[in-house]
Design a protein around this ligand. Structure first.
Ligand code: GLN
Length: 269
């Protein structure tokens, strides 16, 4: 599995990029403005426009070659393939994804996105394709040993994620520091600006592997389901996506995509 490197982080910080193409062979154009470049086409059977936030390895990240890749990109490519469509990937902030669906800027959002009742009021979700777990990252030697110790601590989260929503609800806004992406939250932890980061498990493993002196606590904060978000009411696309997902699950494609990025070893951690 690819590690989330400093080079990748600087690409993330360089801003939004529009990536187009099929399957894993995407070309990046870092000079494009993601929002402006994708408003003119619709899912007319030709192009499936996916929105994501490529700071979330191994689900989505900018690879060494500058292309967005990962589990979600491969799943979307496999779905597009089943539907006879071309896949177009647009990288944006995580909390821009639902507005992008609502404004028809993208057709699907795959971003390790957790199904929540609030989000279900704004978008429709496909059947779930993966389990997510919110975990706590701390520095070695931290006095935080479990979720019970979070009271009164300064918690870093990625803006608009379930980690943000749960921690704000549980500990109050004043204890939650929002960052635009996970790597920025982790950098703040490394620099002692916060006491911990609450974030999804698989990206957490990547961030911890890329920074010495960090660890993930054994006790998880929350269990969740990841699904594909689609504009509310677009049942035609929802049905197609669910049909494709079912086939990909049945023929083992889904599992082989996950296995390509998450080793059995690392999944057991
Ligand atoms: N699973 C979390 C959520 O849906 C985080 C997703 C992400 O940061 N890409 O809020």
């Amino acid at each position: 599995m690819k590690k989330f490197s400093i080079a990748m982080l600087s690409m993330v910080l360089a801003g939004s990029m529009l990536l187009t193409g099929c399957g894993g062979s995407k070309t990046a154009d870092s000079s494009s403005d993601a929002q402006d470049s994708t408003t003119s086409t619709s899912a007319d059977g030709g192009t499936l426009r996916m929105g994501t936030n490529a700071t979330f390895p191994p689900y989505e990240f900018v690879g060494d070659d500058g292309n967005v890749q990962g589990i979600d990109v491969d799943i979307a490519a496999a779905i597009a393939d089943k539907l006879g469509m071309k896949l177009e990937v647009t990288d944006m902030e995580f909390d821009s994804l639902i507005p992008a669906l609502q404004s028809d800027t993208v057709d699907v959002a795959l971003a390790g996105m957790t199904v929540t009742p609030d989000r279900q009021e704004n978008v429709d979700f496909s059947d779930s394709y993966a389990k997510g777990v919110q975990v706590i990252i701390v520095k070695d030697g931290s006095d935080i040993a479990s979720p019970d110790d979070l009271e009164g601590k300064n918690i870093g989260v990625q803006t608009g994620t379930t980690g943000d929503i749960y921690c704000t609800g549980d500990y109050g806004q004043e204890h939650v520091k929002q960052f635009n992406n996970g790597p920025l939250a982790v950098a703040a932890l490394v620099n002692d600006q916060i006491d911990c980061v609450v974030i999804d498990q698989e990206p957490a493993k990547n961030y911890v592997a890329a920074n010495s002196g960090l660890k993930i606590l054994d006790t998880a904060y929350a269990d969740e389901d990841y699904a594909i978000a689609i504009k509310k009411g677009n049942t035609e696309l929802l049905d197609k996506v669910n049909g494709a997902l079912k086939e990909l699950e049945g023929d083992g494609t889904l599992q082989s995509i996950v296995d390509k990025y998450i080793s059995a070893d690392s999944a057991a951690q």
